[in-house]
Design a protein around this ligand. Structure first.
Ligand code: ADP
Length: 186
């Protein structure tokens, strides 16, 4: 055997990347909730590849650092073979261009979400006309789940065990009531 043999013809590789149905699901995920997880599960069952993109926006104040949010997300979706988790600190459209993805998934809990998401989708389309935003309605079990309310509840020692995966419940507990965050993942 001499030299390196690519496993996939470069032309086929391009065709493959064009025909694979890929989507991104971006968010703050501060922290990830069962509502997010439900959207991720359903989207991963529809698309060949799903990128879960943990946003790092310098204008926003987060409870968890981007590394912590990404680590939690990776732990939560680790059984999903076609799910890739990453972080991104710039416009999501730039991530999509880089990865050659046209579809963006957003979760909708009601009309408030919709009007906000509608404007964002218009903005994204203005930046990058090839982008399509797909709205997925929440599962009715998770309609009231919101990261901000969960953080508030957890800060008062409220029970969040039916709102977030166990690793997130443990991370919230550690964040508000002591001990090091990464200890909960080990
Ligand atoms: P943002 O990206 O606006 O900071 P989040 O990180 O909270 O907001 O949410 C990321 C995406 O998940 C958004 O599209 C949001 O509407 C959706 N989402 C959040 N909570 C739920 C839920 N309980 N059910 C369905 N979708 C949700």
């Amino acid at each position: 055997m001499s030299g390196y043999q690519p496993t996939l013809d470069p032309i086929l590789r391009v065709i493959y990347s064009l025909t694979m149905l890929k989507a991104v699901f971006p968010g703050s995920f501060d922290p990830p909730t069962l509502g997010h997880l439900n959207i991720i599960d359903r989207a991963a069952s529809v698309f060949d590849e799903l990128f879960v993109v943990v946003a790092e926006n310098r204008q926003k104040k987060y409870l968890f650092s981007v590394e912590e949010r990404l680590e939690m997300m990776k732990e939560i979706v680790k059984s999903g073979k076609n799910i890739r988790c990453t972080s991104w600190d710039s416009l999501i459209v730039d991530f999509m261009k880089k990865e050659n993805v046209r579809l963006i998934i957003r979760g909708i809990r009601g009309m408030d979400d919709f009007s906000h998401e509608f404007e964002i989708s218009m903005m994204n389309k203005a930046l990058y006309p090839h982008i399509e935003t797909l709205f997925m309605t929440t599962d009715s079990r998770y309609i009231v789940l919101r990261s901000s309310s969960i953080k508030e509840l957890a800060s008062f020692h409220g029970d969040v065990s039916n709102m977030v995966p166990p690793v997130v419940a443990a991370a919230l507990e550690k964040k508000f009531f002591g001990k090091k965050f990464f200890a909960v993942l080990t």
